[in-house]
Write a protein that binds this ligand. Structure first.
Ligand SMILES: *[C@@H]1O[C@H](CO)[C@@H](O)[C@H](O)[C@H]1NC(C)=O
Ligand SMILES: *[C@@H]1O[C@H](CO)[C@@H](O)[C@H](O)[C@H]1NC(C)=O
Ligand SMILES: *[C@@H]1O[C@H](CO)[C@@H](O)[C@H](O)[C@H]1NC(C)=O
Ligand SMILES: *[C@H]1O[C@H](CO)[C@@H](O)[C@H](O)[C@H]1NC(C)=O
Length: 380
């Protein structure tokens, strides 16, 4: 596909900035699932989780420079999407809630996303895998037992949602709860950690076989959500993982790791086909699939047009491209955070997350299809 700059985008950004404060919440609630790209503090509640960001300088651009567990200098895409849909605040982590807060009239959603997690239950559960990705010296303790969780996999996030659903049914009755959920938005951003896991496991399973089975797992999870009453899905695809600073360090030219990018790119049509199939089977289902691969590569190819001066290195980190260590108080910190695409060795800056959310919300079919997220809210 030709990667031509679309001037349209700038107009779109302007329109969105004006639109932001006027927006009214159009769906009763949003439920967010996935990994660190959407985690708003879940892992801070897991004593044994090594995938954490609840310490400075993470959160340096968050109100009061508070580290919240977000893998960002400020807000992440989940936060910006909630804003764009007209919500005053981003849904809180499930683990921060209790039955009293869930029954409040002001209930507008829950965030289940957990950094390091994936579609597969095994993804992110061992510190060993984390070590390989980050090149950091993390003591390899024994594999997690049930009581010593490192992350909450997608399947378990769905079980947590099921608990929330039961509380809603109790509070409003099953008919009203069904209607409430069918109009609510379900955002999902997952799969990257599974692909990292496969790539670094040097598994003998072929690429096609692995991606096929990952797709089947995704489909089962989506069916789980559909059976619990979800109907409107905003799905965020897998970005070019090989272009993270942590992966570029393995390329002598600091270019992207092509093999990893190939895996990410190949998963997109698989996910697209699953969503299309499910939408023809489940009455009233609507979906919007963000092509994170195209969105991100477009920015990497034309950084200046999006006001980024550095699309290769992490703002916070150490070593080559600041991509050889996690962000911490001992790490290097860049001066102008808005000029960086990457905050740390894996995660986008607040500026990049905002751009991604705006594109998902109002972007053209090249980046989000068959409808964009704003059209998803209007779909009946
Ligand atoms: C529920 O959470 C709220 C807010 O964090 C807290 O004030 C309240 O005491 C909690 N209630 C229960 C039953 O734990
Ligand atoms: C490293 O990056 C270059 C582009 O700078 C690319 O052509 C090459 O395929 C990459 N190498 C690997 C191993 O992915
Ligand atoms: C939403 O889905 C319904 C059927 O499930 C379909 O008729 C309708 O066209 C979809 N809306 C949009 C905006 O795609
Ligand atoms: C997506 O969003 C906007 C407004 O929210 C809508 O008007 C437009 O048709 C969509 N954009 C494209 C390029 O499809």
């Amino acid at each position: 596909m030709a990667r031509k700059w679309i001037p349209h985008h700038e107009v779109l950004l302007l329109a969105m900035v004006i639109l932001l404060p006027l927006a009214q919440a159009t769906a009763p609630a949003i439920f967010i699932f996935g990994d660190s790209t959407a985690d708003v503090g879940t892992n801070s509640f897991l004593p044994n989780s090594k995938a954490r960001a609840n310490f400075p300088p993470n959160g340096i651009d968050f109100p009061h420079s508070r580290p919240t567990g977000r893998f960002s200098n400020g807000l992440n895409s989940a936060d910006f999407l909630a804003k764009l849909f007209g919500y005053k605040r981003s849904p809180p982590p499930f683990l921060a809630l209790n039955s009293t807060t869930l029954k409040r009239r002001s209930f507008t959603g829950v965030n289940f996303a957990s950094g390091g997690s994936g579609l597969l239950d095994i993804t992110g559960q061992s510190t060993l895998t984390l070590m390989k990705f980050g090149k950091e010296k993390i003591p390899i303790d024994s594999l997690s037992s049930k009581s010593q969780k490192h992350v909450i996999p997608f399947g378990e996030q769905i079980q947590q949602f099921s608990t929330v659903r039961e509380i809603l049914v109790d509070a409003m009755g099953s008919k009203a709860a069904k209607k409430f959920l069918s109009k609510s938005l379900f955002f999902i951003s997952t799969g990257s950690n599974d692909i990292f896991g496969y790539y670094y496991s040097k598994s003998s399973v072929s690429k096609e076989e692995f991606l096929g089975s990952l797709g089947a797992t995704y489909e089962n999870h989506l069916r789980g959500l559909l059976n619990l009453g979800a109907r409107k899905f905003g799905v965020i695809g897998i970005p070019p993982l090989g272009c993270c600073p942590s992966q570029r360090v393995f390329n002598i030219t600091s270019g992207c790791l092509e093999e990893l990018n190939d895996l990410a790119r190949a998963f997109h049509p698989i996910l697209d086909a699953i969503l299309w199939k499910l939408s023809s089977k489940y009455e009233g289902m609507n979906y919007s699939l963000g092509n994170s691969y195209e969105m991100t590569i477009n920015v990497i190819d034309h950084p200046l047009q999006f006001n980024f001066k550095d699309e290769k290195s992490a703002c916070c980190g150490a070593g080559k491209l600041n991509g050889e260590a996690f962000c911490s108080s001992e790490a290097n910190l860049c001066l102008n955070r808005n000029e960086f695409l990457f905050w740390d060795l894996f995660h986008p800056t607040q500026a990049a997350s905002k751009l991604a959310a705006l594109t998902l919300y109002g972007g053209p079919p090249r980046f989000v299809a068959p409808i964009n997220f704003s059209q998803l809210a209007d779909a009946c």
